[in-house]
Design a protein around this ligand. Sequence first.
Ligand code: ADP
Length: 365
Amino acid sequence: MSEKPRWSRFVRAFSHFMFFFFIVSFVISCCTMLFVTVLSESLEVTLTEENVAAAAKLTFLNVVVISLIFTVADGIRRRFTVERPAKQIVTASEKMIAGDFNVRVKPVSKFMCDENFNKIIDCINQMAKELSGVETLRTDFVANVSHEMKTPLAVMQNYATLLQSEDLTEEQRREYARAISSACRHLSEMVSNVLKLSRLENQQIYPKTERYDLGEQLCECLLQYEGVWEKKRIEIETDIEDDVVITADRELLSHVWSNLFSNAFKFTPDGGRVSLTLKKEGNLAIVRVADTGIGISSQVGEHIFEKFYQADASHATKGNGLGLALVKRIIDITRAEISVESTLGKGSVFTVKLKTDGHETEKNM
Ligand code: ADP
């Protein structure tokens, strides 16, 4: 907080003094007049002009001294109970404006200061904490995106250099071209996921709700993975209840199902099993995607919905750790629920609960 110039502080102190002076002089004048009138009437004494002048001078002196005492006492009170906490709050706010979100303001003493200061201080501390979390997420996000982009870019660069040499067999040329194309696909998937996530987080996508049959949508999404389950000889089990109709954003939810199926197939070894069930319980549609894959430990389970989180940090399995972050965001926007139960080495079950009551869902959205 910038220090005020000396003259401005003097003007302020003087105006405080004048304020108390008028109040004290008014109160003392009224009291004195009342006292003197009652006294002279009851004692039947006639006051001379000198008596009144002497009393007036004494009273005036009293007023000046009492006003001065009040001004000083009020100045001290204000310094400790108003100016000091206000200065702390302003200093903290200025630091936050400058980008320092680690700043915290100490609560003020309840006996001396107005309790409202502590409420403001609480809000400032909370705001600083939230902003510091957002800042960490932002910097982590940028670092993660850059890191994830570096690998496919390096792959493309290396293979493109190799492709330039003239003594390559046709087979090698095709293999290098395939590697470049796969790195391109990986990069483009990641960029499109980052864009989707950023649009979802900035609420640029608003759910466009429509009434539709959830079972049909689940089957359509699952069928897109037919090539994958055939190649890996994965057994498919489905138990889909008829006529489960929901009112939701069809396109957004299709991302949820695709990500869950894609993970189930990705993390299930050859010859495993993936099952899909849809049940209606009360006004809830319950979707379960289960697999007999590698499973998720409880430690990993706490992080799987975070951006760029992958249990296998070596990235041996394809992916970029954005799929479940997208799923979670869509689930939040749709006001649905998602949970996961898993046993390491045995498999995982992802459960999504959606409201089937169309009108209510529409209202919520
Ligand atoms: P990606 O699949 O691209 O790595 P996701 O966000 O979809 O990213 O998943 C994050 C992590 O959660 C995965 O890397 C994996 O470790 C774990 N995971 C997700 N689904 C499953 C599953 N069905 N079985 C085992 N692990 C899973």
